[in-house]
Design a protein around this ligand. Sequence first.
Ligand code: ZN
Length: 242
Amino acid sequence: MKKLMRGLRQFQDNYVPEHKKLMATLAKGQSPNALFITCSDSRVQPELITQAELGELFVIRNAGNIVPPFGATNGGEGATIEYALKSLNVDHIIVCGHSSCGAMKGLLQIGNLEAKMPLVYNWLIHTEATRQLVEDNYGDLEKADKLDMLVGENVLTQIENLRTYPAVRSMLHRGNLSLHGWIYNINDGSILAYDAERHAFVPPFSDPSKAPNLEHSQPGSHMPGEHRLARGQSERIFKGSY
Ligand SMILES: [Zn+2]
């Protein structure tokens, strides 16, 4: 706790005076560039990995970067998504999973969680589609590879879940919204972005305007099953062998 208190003081002594103008502008309102949905994991920091400044990212964090399907729960995720789109006019949503995700490890052994951590169990049920897809199609993978596969598939499941929200669907229909699926590698800080055309997580392009975007795919290509990773994809995720 002492370290946090020291941090508070340093922030107030250094950062605040250096960013007075920005803070005064932001005090009048926010206009973030993107809604960033990621895991609560302490090793993933959206502002750090994107080098975003105050006011640039609207963020949802929870265990496993899960977006419950519309109507599945009255949690804060839906309200936050709706607010971001309708009030803040955010036009990019990034779902960012990460390597070695504890929530995905839990999903691998969800049967053990029901009695031990009932709240975690109830939460992970929202991404049961991910677990079942990986178990049914990649059940023979080694545990570490299966975890990588779960991380990737989980990101894609949440993208599908996002599409169940009326505000998302409506904006996608008008072409006013881009959805992005990312995986952050906590080992080396690298990011892979899902490219629907290549059906793979690939390094983002250096030209941000050409960044992989799920909406570049043909109509209907987001139907369940079509975004799935090719067998062997898990060997490419995090290992850089493209
Ligand atoms: Zn995680």
